[in-house]
Design a protein around this ligand. Structure first.
Ligand SMILES: Cc1cc2nc3c(=O)[nH]c(=O)nc-3n(C[C@H](O)[C@H](O)[C@H](O)COP(=O)(O)OP(=O)(O)OC[C@H]3O[C@@H](n4cnc5c(N)ncnc54)[C@H](O)[C@@H]3O)c2cc1C
Length: 472
């Protein structure tokens, strides 16, 4: 193991620079920030700053796509985007930053909002949404309140530690979040995870995969691959353990095949295992593993026995249950009763079921389509068409096709470096029922392999294309 190199990394000023970058990216909350936020919020209620035809909450992939496309459809449309962060950071492809793939630095994933604002000419409000009054049609933020005719919600996800760990108090949740960040929401979490990896000694990395609907289901598998790549490059001894509560996970066959071929036994899938506790100071997790007894029940299924175990880790990437962003609760929209709470939609459209003047795109939508950036980008275009048609007094319905749309979603995952190789899942979308549906499959490329160098190249091209669409 190259101790000198990693020791040097620990000692370098890079850590300090990273903290500063993280604070800029997310407006990381300090006590002073919190006080400032509370004061701003109190002032905000009194400060109504005008009304816009379309207000979009969230300058992420879905929201930016709606804003850009509305302006392409009608350059005079009065649009305001509200976003809490001052810069955009991409989650897609960010795992390759952990794997230290060529050209994949922090700068590859951060973009300036000034360019699209200037190019398309919409209004921008940097502030955190704190309340939505649907009756008055007013959105209150930390930097003032605004009125709307049409509201579009693309606020992404939040974490639900409370539902997954009901015995943990707020202090414990904060400590675990800080020490073992999920890194599913853009910003400092990714940077802390990267720093934890840079600082690690020989030992295991544990990734816990959430149950239920969560952002980018193949992300944990790709992350395991990229962390194993990093550990191999740095000659770090230890395993990458992917812990799942059930037996399955997204693109499982493709990942297991790639892991075995590329990494031998370095990446281990631990099924039927539910994390119950974390001691961040001792770096130990407690989990319950369901172990087969060899006996069968009346239906012929193996009887399982829960066994409580502990495991010492070097780095923990605890991905908790996901839920729709709190912005959805603020809007008081009807949501699904699962732990995520997807926004119920008004049929095969991006208008919500509860309020015809509120639209939703991105990870929060209640359609049966994958929560991905590619889907958010597709939905954003469709939503913009719907709103533009409505404002011209018409209607827009998704184009009826004799076959499902084959390019609804393609989600790539990098699985190896030197040479770069990736796998992909492809979803066809159809919209003949009550909701838009996606049907996915993971294609084999050549010689029975799910991965290929061509798919890795396609991943880089796709990322360049998506960021170009949003920011060029
Ligand atoms: C590690 C990882 C890898 C991924 N890889 C891929 C991939 O390869 N391909 C792919 O297609 N997808 C990928 N994804 C998924 C993709 O990032 C998401 O599906 C996509 O970003 C969803 O878009 P969105 O607009 O719903 O949310 P976001 O892009 O997260 O945007 C939400 C925005 O709302 C803002 N916001 C939230 N709350 C407030 C508030 N109260 N006030 C103001 N602003 C607010 C946030 O700051 C954010 O900018 C990946 C995700 C992760 C985590």
């Amino acid at each position: 193991m190259d101790m000198n190199r990693r020791d040097m990394l620990k000692m370098s000023v890079a850590g300090a620079a990273t903290v500063a970058a993280a604070a800029t990216l997310t407006g990381c909350a300090t006590k002073a920030d919190a006080a400032e936020t509370a004061t701003a919020a109190a002032g905000a209620a009194a400060k109504i700053m005008g009304k816009h035809k379309v207000v979009i909450i969230g300058g992420g992939i879905g929201g930016m796509t709606v804003a850009n496309n509305l302006k392409k459809l009608d350059k005079n449309m009065d649009i305001l985007v509200i976003e809490k962060n001052d810069t955009f950071m991409s989650c897609p492809v960010s795992n390759t930053y952990l794997g230290k793939l060529e050209g994949m630095t922090l700068g590859t994933f951060i973009f300036d909002y000034a360019q699209p604002i200037e190019k398309h000419g919409y209004n921008w409000l940097q502030g955190e949404v704190q309340a939505i009054d649907r009756k008055a049609k007013v959105v209150t933020t930390t930097n003032g309140a605004v009125g709307y005719d049409i509201l579009v919600l693309s606020p992404g996800i939040g974490y639900n530690y409370e539902a997954q760990f009901p015995t943990w108090d707020a202090k414990k949740i904060a400590a675990v979040k800080r020490a073992a960040p999920a890194a599913l929401i853009p910003g400092s979490e990714h940077i802390i995870l990267e720093r934890n990896l840079n600082n690690m000694e020989d030992g295991d990395v544990i990734i816990t995969v959430p149950k239920g609907k969560f952002r980018c289901p193949p992300a944990p598998g790709e992350r395991a691959s990229m962390i194993a790549t990093f550990m191999n490059k740095e000659e770090i001894e230890g395993k990458v353990i992917v812990m799942t509560e059930g037996t399955g996970f997204s693109k499982k066959a493709a990942f297991l095949q790639s892991w075995k071929d590329i990494y031998g036994d370095k990446i281990v899938h631990l099924p039927n295992s539910k994390i119950t506790d974390v001691d961040v100071s001792k770096k130990v997790i407690t989990y319950i593993e369901q172990i087969g007894t060899g006996k069968k029940d009346d239906l012929g299924d193996e009887i399982m026995k829960p066994v409580t175990k502990t495991h010492k880790y070097e780095v923990l990437n605890l991905m908790p249950l996901n839920k729709a962003s709190d912005v959805i609760t603020m809007a008081g929209l009807e949501v699904t009763k699962d732990t995520f709470g997807k926004v119920k939609m008004a049929g095969c459209t991006f208008a919500t079921k509860t309020d015809a003047d509120i639209y939703a795109v991105g990870d929060v939508v209640g359609h049966a389509i994958p929560p991905s950036g590619q889907t958010a980008n597709w939905a954003g275009r469709m939503c913009a068409q719907e709103i533009a048609a409505r404002l011209k007094g018409g209607t827009y319905t998704l184009p009826v096709k004799s076959k499902p749309d084959p390019a609804g979603n393609v989600c790539f995952s990098m699985v190896g470096d030197n040479p770069e190789q990736a796998v992909r899942v492809v979803h066809e979308f159809s919209w003949t029922g009550a909701v838009i549906k996606g049907k996915g499959h993971v294609p084999k490329e050549k010689n029975g392999l799910y991965r290929s160098k061509g798919t890795a190249k396609a991943l880089r091209d796709w990322y360049r294309g998506l960021m170009g669409d949003l920011f060029a």
